[in-house]
Design a protein around this ligand. Structure first.
Ligand code: NAD
Length: 480
């Protein structure tokens, strides 16, 4: 047996042992009270604040991401989710009494939210802390054990995530396993009760197929091409400021980033001009200044750089116009925020999720034309509409489908923990954040209790000969 095989067998055995320990421990965790779970969440909150510098340093090392953006999108987003859970967990956990219909009079019924058991959380690289730890908050709040696998493409962040979780949890309750695709596949072989996956639709299908083998439930938080509609009544300046913000943030490597813009032909040129204005304002007036901006990060790895550069080159070769940006520096994995117009159909940028700082803009003449374009593609994760006319944005909402939607702003639908966050079909299955996350990691167990000395069910015991029972059944069908 060579040393590689031996090594592989060793970590497989370790994974199995860890999983088995969590499986044994799950009922102890499930029995914890709201108070005990809150104490764990408070410990996680404190660890995030204690490790703020380590988190910022890791994000700089992985992405060259500004500390301010890390504070907001990684730390504050996660601590905010924890504080929301601390405020509401007791009521989420309380059994929910439900009514009983007249024929069941004498019984009571309620829903008991019980943990699913041992859960696997597989995270992507683009917001490594946020997208690993917020699902973990939901899993812990719901009383589960969990194994978390961060992405191998943000290794510095993965190390800090492991340290933070190690500071707060015993391994038999929550543990972090670092590793690549091979490790993810080994984890998918284990009989988890629930798999929470965030990543690409292609890998989402692999995860769902693996879960199907054991009929494990899944949450799939996937991606897709999120459109922006800017109609003729829109405040174009506001629209441009928000689109440029969400497209520049994390260099467009955001699942809910505007992927492409459908702009009414009467505002198309003004929008391009205002986008240029805001990209310059946010990141610098000259290409050199933008490249040096401490607020603009890099693409995560060389393969992703080549993919985005390939989309840009393909569009330009097919005749697209670069209206702003276009600079790409391979050694730094830098691609400037780039606005493209006149991109012909058939260009790869119209098919693939861009997940980077390229923004193609497409003019439209009528709203049904824009809606038709959106509906010709898989349901996106986010849909943005900039319009001052209620009947316009309402019409777009009514006639399209997406995971979430946001009007006259970008990203609000993600940051409000009272809203569910998730996709539909190609952009995902299931939802989380706040109570939605608690429920996603729980099984809603239906419980009914009979406490009548003369239960109505007596009437329906065989043999079915009584005329009275026949009348009762007739009444049941018609009125009760
Ligand atoms: P990815 O699917 O390549 O990887 C995600 C995770 O899956 C990683 O931990 C990786 O190790 C693991 N993985 C990769 N290949 C695997 C395989 N064959 N079998 C098992 N596991 C495997 O995604 P990514 O590149 O890290 O992230 C980008 C994608 O994620 C984009 O499509 C983006 O839209 C999506 N995303 C979605 C959300 C959301 O909340 N809906 C958030 C962020 C990113």
């Amino acid at each position: 047996m060579d040393s590689f095989t031996l090594h592989t067998q060793t970590w497989h055995a370790r994974l199995n042992a860890l999983f088995e320990r969590q499986r044994q421990h799950q009922y102890t965790v499930a029995r914890t009270t709201a108070r005990e779970r809150k104490a764990k969440l408070r410990a996680l909150h404190a660890a995030l604040i204690r490790n703020r510098k380590a988190i910022r340093d890791a994000m700089w090392a992985d992405f060259r991401k500004s500390p301010m953006e890390t504070d907001v999108t990684e730390i504050a987003a996660t601590t905010g989710e924890i504080r929301h859970a601390l405020r509401h967990l007791s009521s989420w956990m309380a059994p929910r009494r439900v009514g009983v219909r007249l024929p069941l009079i004498g019984s009571t019924a309620w829903i008991h939210y019980e943990p699913k058991g041992v859960c696997l959380i597989v995270a992507p690289w683009n917001y490594p802390f946020n997208l690993s730890l917020i699902p973990l908050v939901s899993a812990v709040a719901a009383g589960n054990c969990a194994i978390l696998k961060p992405s191998e493409h943000a290794p510095n962040s993965a190390r800090v995530i492991k340290a933070i979780v190690g500071e707060c949890f015993a391994e038999e309750e929550a543990a972090v396993i670092e590793g690549d695709v091979e490790v993810a596949q080994a984890l998918l072989e284990l009989p988890f009760d629930h798999i929470f996956f965030t990543g690409s639709p292609a890998v989402g299908k692999i995860v769902m197929a693996a879960a199907a083998k054991r009929l494990a439930s899944v949450t799939l938080e996937l991606g897709g091409k999120s459109p922006v509609v800017v109609d003729e009544s829109a405040d174009v300046d506001r629209a441009a400021s928000r689109i440029a913000w969400m497209k520049g943030m994390n260099a467009g490597q955001i699942c809910i980033a505007p992927d492409y813009v459908l702009a009414h032909e009467s505002v198309h040129e003004a929008l391009v001009e205002r986008l240029e204005h805001y990209f310059k304002r946010y990141y610098g007036a000259t290409p050199e200044a933008r490249q040096q901006s401490p607020d603009y990060p890099r693409l995560i790895h060389d393969r992703h750089f080549s993919f985005i550069k390939g989309l840009l080159d393909d569009a330009v070769q097919r005749g697209a116009t670069v209206r702003f940006g276009g600079r790409a520096v391979a050694e730094e994995r830098y691609i400037e925020p780039t606005v493209l117009t006149r991109v012909p159909d058939g260009a790869a940028i119209w098919d693939a999720e861009i997940f980077g700082p390229l923004l193609p803009i497409r003019p439209y003449q009528t709203l049904p034309e824009a809606i038709g374009y959106i509906n010709a593609h898989p349901k996106p994760l986010a849909l943005y509409v900039f319009s001052q006319k209620r009947d316009h944005w309402q019409h777009v909402l009514n006639e399209t489908r997406s995971g979430g939607a946001c009007i006259n702003e970008c990203g609000l639908q993600f940051i409000n923990p009272n809203l569910p966050f998730g996709g539909q079909n190609h952009s995902g299955i299931g939802r989380y954040h706040g109570e939605w996350g608690f429920q996603e990691f729980s099984h809603a167990r239906a419980v009914a209790r009979q406490h009548s000395p003369w239960p109505t069910t007596n009437l329906f015991l065989p043999p079915y000969r009584s005329a009275f029972v026949k009348q009762a059944v007739n009444a049941l069908i018609r009125w009760l």
